[in-house]
Design a protein around this ligand. Structure first.
Ligand SMILES: [Fe+2]
Ligand SMILES: [Fe+2]
Length: 269
């Protein structure tokens, strides 16, 4: 295996592994490179960072330039991830795909401690599920769409809006621009104009404070000793998340395909 191919496989590790440490991820990479994994993975063209159209399978070719990799492409269960039940619940996703979900659990726990409503606690619990398990880019928008069919509109609206609000201080409630953003994006970073517009619109909205509360309870520094268990939120989820009996991904909702993409993140098609 070439170094480049190894790097590409490493990059291709599914979003569901985002919570892993580097050494855990390296173990997963080693496993992925072992003979146990007898399927090829496909990447969208957008993930071809080299920009030359080269695909993983084309790294292996015979003397005539023909692909000699005859393995089948992966469809259905991803061997590096735990299998999901046939009718998965939100709790199943937390256990089998979002775990350890420390950021979500600690944010929701802080909202709970601050005596906030179940609407806000649920919004905090779900606000970054796209970022941790589906896609980082525009994660607030993707996350809102994921949960929209199953929560009151205030929750999904707030999840969508939190993405823009993160970039804008609100002194009236003590929210400052995150210092970590300066480290991550540079002191001169300016949000795109669509983010500026989304913030201006959100400020005038009746649910502005719900989204703002997500940002106020959005923890960046974790207490490694803090023990927050998913069970603390079982009742709140039960009362506020309309779990489809067919399971998330299989109820024909507008976001069912997005839940399926989290279940099977590396299907070739
Ligand atoms: Fe976020
Ligand atoms: Fe967050």
């Amino acid at each position: 295996m070439t170094e480049e191919l190894g790097r590409r496989l490493f990059l291709a590790l599914p979003a569901g592994l985002a919570g892993m440490t580097m050494s855990e991820k390296a173990d997963a990479l080693e496993h992925a490179m072992s003979k146990d994994l007898d399927r090829q993975f496909g990447l969208p063209w957008g993930c071809d960072v080299a920009g030359n159209g080269e695909r993983i399978r084309q790294n292996a070719s015979d003397d005539f330039g023909r692909s000699r990799d005859t393995r089948l492409y992966l469809m259905h269960n991803e061997p590096r991830l735990p299998q999901m039940p046939t009718a998965p619940t939100l709790i199943d996703f937390f256990r089998l795909r979002f775990a350890p979900a420390s950021h979500l659990l600690q944010s929701a726990n802080l909202a709970l401690k601050n005596g906030l409503s179940e609407t806000v606690v649920l919004a905090c619990l779900l606000h970054d599920i796209s970022l941790t398990s589906l896609i980082r880019t525009d994660h607030g928008y993707w996350g809102a769409q994921l949960v929209e069919p199953y929560v009151v509109p205030e929750v999904s609206w707030a999840i969508r809006a939190h993405q823009a609000l993160k970039f804008f201080p609100d002194a009236s409630v003590g929210y400052e621009y995150p210092k970590s953003y300066i480290q991550m994006f540079g002191a001169d970073y300016k949000p795109e104009s669509y983010v500026v517009t989304a913030h201006e619109q959100a400020r005038k909205h009746k649910w502005y404070m719900t989204a703002r509360l997500i940002t106020l309870n959005d923890l960046y520094a974790f207490d490694p000793k803090a023990e927050v268990h998913l069970e603390q939120f079982t009742d709140i989820i039960g009362r506020n998340f309309k779990q489809p009996k067919e399971g998330l991904g299989f109820d024909g909702s507008p976001s069912a395909h997005m839940w399926r993409s989290i279940i099977w993140p590396n299907n070739y098609l």
